[in-house]
Ligand binder design. Sequence first.
Ligand SMILES: *[C@@H]1O[C@H](CO)[C@@H](O)[C@H](O)[C@H]1NC(C)=O
Ligand SMILES: *[C@@H]1O[C@H](CO)[C@@H](O)[C@H](O)[C@H]1NC(C)=O
Ligand SMILES: *[C@@H]1O[C@H](CO)[C@@H](O)[C@H](O)[C@H]1NC(C)=O
Length: 392
Amino acid sequence: MTWVNLFGSKWRLVLSALFICIIISELACCHKDAQEERKSSGKKVKPEKPKQAKAIKKGHRAVKTKPKVKAPTQTQNLLTQVINRLKFIKVEETISVHAGHTLELRCRGKPVQWGLPSYLEEEDEGRLRIVQHERYSVLTLVNSTGADTGEYTCFPMFCEDTDCRRSHDNAAKVFVFFPDPQELFVPSSDYYEVIQLRTNWPTRLPCQVTSPAANVTLHREFPPVEVTVDGTEISFNVKKGFTIHRPRPSHAGALYCVASLGGLRQSSTKYMLIYVNYPMAPPAPVIQANSTSLAAGDNLRVSCTVIGERNVAVELTWEYPGQKIGRPLYTLESINPVGGGAARQQIQSILLVDEVRDVDQGAYTCTAENLQGSKSVSTTVKVLPKTKPSKP
Ligand SMILES: *[C@@H]1O[C@H](CO)[C@@H](O)[C@H](O)[C@H]1NC(C)=O
Ligand SMILES: *[C@@H]1O[C@H](CO)[C@@H](O)[C@H](O)[C@H]1NC(C)=O
Ligand SMILES: *[C@@H]1O[C@H](CO)[C@@H](O)[C@H](O)[C@H]1NC(C)=O
């Protein structure tokens, strides 16, 4: 099995595009390093999905919909942090709660839904509790860990009879750090993360720290250098990590973050950046048979042509009538630059059928696929009885 087969067809395209050797040479080392570095929490990180608040009661009364003229600052007033069950403080944009301590957030509204860091969506150890009271909802997270770091959102719900909808406009958010003296980075269950660097598409390396006070730098593995973070080309945000704003092929490779705080210095998960010339649109193949009606014994030539951006991988595949009886496929593939200043290329596959027979009659279909999608085109070929050989 090759590396390429480990991934789906999208990845086949991505990998065939570039950098297969980088990956192979680096996987071995990353795996080892990562095992040493990571004290993985064992939690699998899944994409965030909205949590059904268990606390939603079927609304009894329709809430009068007021025109939304609220200033965003007022929205934030919905959220308060409760300290030691006594002290209520308005939350700022970010708060810090020492790992191991309890986070208690209170949000005004009836009912409300909570949006949580993806790690917590799967919380099943009973550390998280959400209780809806008459006028507010209380979220309590006990025995917190650095992995709980992330954005906590309270969505007030608008209900009409039994139909409740989240209000995204009025959501109140707070980013909570759980500084952990042992873990400067939010643990990840993955040894490394493969990230596509797409043309004209900002790329993010999360390397989420558990403490806002950590000093975070970005490093390249080969050659081992610290990457310059100038705030324009590459910027850092303690809540979002590093962003590469305009990815270029030179950004590709193995990168990782280093956080230091006090006497502690730790490395993050490794990020394998693969540069992909990302197509603007799915391919638009054109199919053409050099004859749509030919006599048995003649030769057939069907071409499938795609014009697209240069260096963007396109895969062309065929379906043809002779497949059923195991007629082998003879194709000629070519890639040629298209004239003019624009960086475009023509990718062509030519299917050749020698001495056609009845079984070769039917639809010839060419499917072109790139990272944005695929498109199939067909043409029908008719095979006529052999013309009487003219006896000499
Ligand atoms: C929190 O930690 C304490 C002490 O380790 C333990 O006794 C308790 O069961 C934990 N609570 C939850 C809900 O995990
Ligand atoms: C953070 O790291 C940079 C680069 O290594 C260094 O110059 C700076 O002094 C560090 N700041 C702190 C507060 O450690
Ligand atoms: C179609 O192409 C084949 C293979 O190149 C050739 O042998 C055949 O004569 C062509 N037919 C026509 C009608 O041009």
